[in-house]
Write a protein of this length. Structure first.
Length: 283
């Protein structure tokens, strides 16, 4: 059953993307992912939100360009169901503060993300990037941590350098989902959650299953790990649409996460399906 939205506590998808597809700009969308080699725009997402009983979403960067960040803000202004934007800014460059100030002049801009999963090990230790994160904190913006699970230890060092910064861990740190949760991933997730200014998105999990052959039985233990670590008030639902479509239809993913949450109280469910995202991104 869909959670009923209200103006005070809207039900939200905390993580999705928009793009105008071109092979040059989206080279990471390889042949097995050919299904998503097309445009995905607000008018494509809105029917999915409506069918799932969700009132809005947070749009997250898919390209590391300032042009895309500005475009996402424009989309959000034209489509009120987009409640916030997490964009990209060249944080390691001297103009980082100037660009952050320019983007946050529109209150719909809520956070920043860098595709750290594509960087060499040790990237989060670089002084210039850490200087940029200090500017993110000074601007009152949230930072999304996009990593592979092997980068969790590095991320913990990084987070501990910035105790005033709010962090959101995307896609439960992208563990390889091929059986029971890896004990080391579980340990590091719990360690990550010990930092009080951290949140976690249960999103992007279906595409971490080899061959994308996921089952509820396979994925439920991963939900239980992050729920136990973060609790409902720091855990949020996200779809990772349209990337998720290579492995799951939108509504099937929503219903799976709702089923995982069914034993929680209605208030706890409302946190996972909207209130946590509203808190983390100051929506």
């Amino acid at each position: 059953m869909a959670l009923g939205p209200s103006p005070a506590n809207p039900t939200l998808d905390s993580h999705q993307h928009f793009w105008r597809y071109s092979a040059e700009d989206y080279g990471w969308i390889d042949e097995p992912m050919a299904r998503i080699r097309r445009d995905f725009l607000p008018e494509d997402l809105q029917p999915n939100l409506a069918a799932a009983g969700l009132a809005g979403c947070v749009a997250v960067q898919a390209r590391q360009t300032l042009g895309e960040s500005r475009w996402l803000v424009e989309l959000a202004r034209a489509h009120p169901f987009i409640r916030g934007v997490v964009g990209w800014v060249p944080l390691a460059q001297p103009q980082a503060r100037e660009e952050l100030e320019r983007l946050r002049s529109d209150s719909i801009f809520k956070g920043v993300r860098h595709v750290v999963q594509g960087e060499a090990d040790g990237f989060l230790d670089h002084a210039a990037f850490n200087a940029g994160i200090k500017e993110v904190a000074a601007c009152g913006l949230t930072y999304d941590v996009l990593i592979f699970s092997r980068q969790l230890s590095e991320s913990l060092r990084f987070i501990d350098r910035h105790p005033a910064q709010t962090f959101v861990l995307d896609h439960i740190a992208k563990p390889r989902v091929s059986g029971a949760p890896d004990p080391e991933w579980r340990r590091l997730i719990r360690e990550f959650a010990r930092r009080e200014r951290t949140f976690c998105k249960f999103s992007g999990v279906v595409t971490e299953v080899p061959g994308w052959q996921w089952t509820p039985e396979l994925l439920r233990p991963y939900f239980e790990v992050v729920l136990e670590a973060f609790g409902p008030r720091r855990l949020m639902f996200g779809s990772d649409w349209p990337v998720c479509l290579v492995a799951s239809e939108y509504l099937a993913w929503v219903e799976f996460v709702r089923d995982c949450s069914a034993a929680l109280t209605p208030e706890e469910q409302s946190w996972i399906f909207g209130r946590t995202a509203s808190t983390a991104y100051r929506l």
